[in-house]
Design a protein around this ligand. Structure first.
Ligand code: FES
Ligand SMILES: [Fe+2]
Length: 358
């Protein structure tokens, strides 16, 4: 799509083109997406939206079944159904006429079928890949995922304490803008002044960015005000700024692990975001630390994260166009060297075919 003639104000008004939305979904399809917390998937089916389509999840004997949320028979929503036992095996039963689907989407019961007839293979539903990791359920809509779910070593390490930050409401932005906004550090003095930055010192740090496997690694040193976000104890207001080594690991394209190292103490802010659709992201956050380990302190970390998230939300939701505009459009004006990490992320998105239009 040619956009040279568009002015920035027109772009503010417009939603993305059909081609841009289709390209975004197509580009993200071959990746693992977090769709819900593992604890949310109990003994009932659960409907979720992913990349603009409705899916249903069910736990069947320890295996996770993920299907399009549409019955093979007359297209009722399977997530309105229930999990039943058929021949000693768990299956997902449609609420409308009782057709039931077992492991792999195989149709295991058609109550209306004449006694002599076998269930036709055409009654089966194609199942998506699904797995549980880092306390979340992940789904990939394609048979082969381009990248595995990124590792999260601190989450698996008993020396660390993890706090899940629940966001009841989705964020009205694209998943890629959500990750880019979390990778962005030059906004710290402006949006998080007094917590993560200081407006009197807005100079960007010296970033190093590189690729390692499926991760974009961004590293820099900075100083931040003394607070629980910099592992300071006691009366933080009386203390000098703290030196922080940041290492951001972006698990391309929808996971970010921001590691803050402060003199042996480590705080990790982790985000996996679900692209519900092109303009809606459901965020799954974890705050993980290896200091101040008393569980009674979790609420303080949760409140700090929620406060920072609330500062970011209206800004990220205000960005237009909804989808990160590809470089060729020249809609954005990234400023090197400060915006280097964002440019590297965007460059990789374009290589993966995720950011293709406006
Ligand atoms: S629509 Fe599902 S059983 Fe008829
Ligand atoms: Fe922020």
């Amino acid at each position: 799509m040619i956009v040279e003639a568009k002015s920035p104000s027109m772009i503010n008004e417009d939603g993305p083109s059909k081609e841009a939305i289709a390209g975004f979904y197509e580009g993200l399809r071959p990746f693992w997406h977090p769709v819900c917390e593992a604890t949310a998937l109990t003994d009932k089916p659960l409907g979720r939206r992913l990349l603009g389509r409705q899916i249903v999840l069910a736990r069947l004997e320890g295996e996770i079944l993920a299907l399009g949320d549409t019955c093979r028979h007359f297209q009722a929503q399977l997530s309105l159904g229930e999990i039943v036992q058929i021949g000693g095996r768990a299956a997902l039963q449609c609420p409308y006429h009782g057709w039931s689907f077992g492991a792999g989407g195989q149709c295991v019961r058609i109550p209306q079928l004449a006694a002599a007839r076998k269930i036709p293979a055409s009654a089966n539903l194609p199942a998506f890949q699904a797995q549980e990791r880092h306390g979340l359920i992940w789904v990939c809509l394609m048979p082969d995922a381009k990248h595995p779910i990124p590792d999260f070593p601190e989450y698996d390490d008993p020396a660390f304490r993890a706090v899940r930050i629940h966001e009841a409401e989705p964020t009205r932005t694209s998943a890629t803008r959500m990750i880019m906004g979390t990778l962005d550090d030059t906004h710290f003095p402006w949006v998080h002044e007094g917590i993560l930055g200081d407006r009197n010192r807005p100079e960007p740090p010296d970033h190093r960015a590189s690729r390692a496997g499926n991760e974009l690694i961004v590293q820099y040193e900075t100083e931040q005000p003394a607070s629980i976000a910099t592992a300071a104890t006691g009366d933080a207001a009386q203390q000098a700024p703290v030196k922080v080594l940041y290492t951001g690991h972006v698990g391309m394209p929808n996971v970010i692990r921001l590691v803050k190292d402060m003199d042996g103490k480590r705080l990790v802010i982790w985000l996996a975001t679900c692209a519900v659709d092109f303009a809606t992201s459901q965020n799954f956050w974890l705050s993980v630390r290896n200091y101040d380990l008393d569980p009674a302190r979790d609420a303080v970390y949760e409140a700090m994260s929620a406060h920072v998230r609330a500062q970011d939300k209206p800004i990220i939701e205000s960005q237009r166009p909804w989808l990160i505009p590809p470089f060729w459009t020249k809609i954005e004006m990234p400023m090197a060297p400060g915006d280097l990490p964002l440019m590297e992320y965007q460059k990789w998105l374009e290589e993966l075919g995720i950011s293709t239009g406006v």
